[in-house]
Design a protein around this ligand. Sequence first.
Ligand code: ATP
Length: 283
Amino acid sequence: MEIIEKAPAKINLGLDVLYKREDGYHELEMVMSSVDLADRLTFETLPEDKIIVETNKAFLPIDKRNNVYQAAAILKERCGIKEGIKISITKNIPVAAGLGGGSTDCAAALRGMNRLWDLNLSLEELVAMGIKVGTDVPYCLYGTTSFISGKGEIVQSLIPMPQCWVVLVKPQISVSTRKIFQQLKAEELPHPDMRKLSEAILNQDYASMIQYMGNNMEDVTIPKHPVVQQIKDRMLKYGADVALMSGSGPTVFALCRKHSRAQRIVNGLKGFCEEVYLVRTLK
Ligand code: ATP
């Protein structure tokens, strides 16, 4: 039997790094939402007790450095499964882009194995396994639009954000999330109000949502990578309602209520960057 699971990318409607904790992690408040750009995972059982991960991107690790491999190892161990598994990942989400690709693949792997082996594991049980792989995995298991706090592991589901078009632009640079965290001084950064942003979403107030969107990691990433600001400026020039960096970058996204505006941004940015995607928010 073969089953398929979709793994949607996330965008940060808001990201506030509050302060550095005693344990070395940063205390965060974020609002994330899923979009319909997704990786696709297929699952197949194997008679022999082993884990095989395949992907269409040759540069990605397929051993225990891959989040999906780790998810399979944790779930098999936890549930005492002696059968093997082959998971094939078709990557459509840009890697190391601030779109949560590895985390959403891990979440999809947990969901898929739960179905494949009829395990009836609850969302909470999947979250407990997912957190061992990465702090964004719990959000990816809950999905839709959520308010996230702690080091990323405390997830409170909101209601889906107001529907709109999303233009994603990924410049050809790599940003190391770890380095950005090492360099930032939270006390020197502006702090966007994530609670007001959540309220705006709960009220389905698009104008107010846009007003409260913000990401204080931009203040660290943009001085090192001015192309992020250039993309934001172009998006606004072509009519974006708002333009913001996702996660620690480098992907920038624009929101538009009108499809014609979103298409204009796509056309305007295509000559500037190779990777441009026009997607919808997920309900
Ligand atoms: P985030 O927004 O959570 O910071 P990201 O989009 O910046 O995530 P990922 O796409 O998750 O970053 O990739 C980060 C690193 O994780 C990559 O360098 C990659 O080698 C590793 N990785 C492990 N498993 C996967 C996977 N299934 N898909 C993508 N990257 C993976």
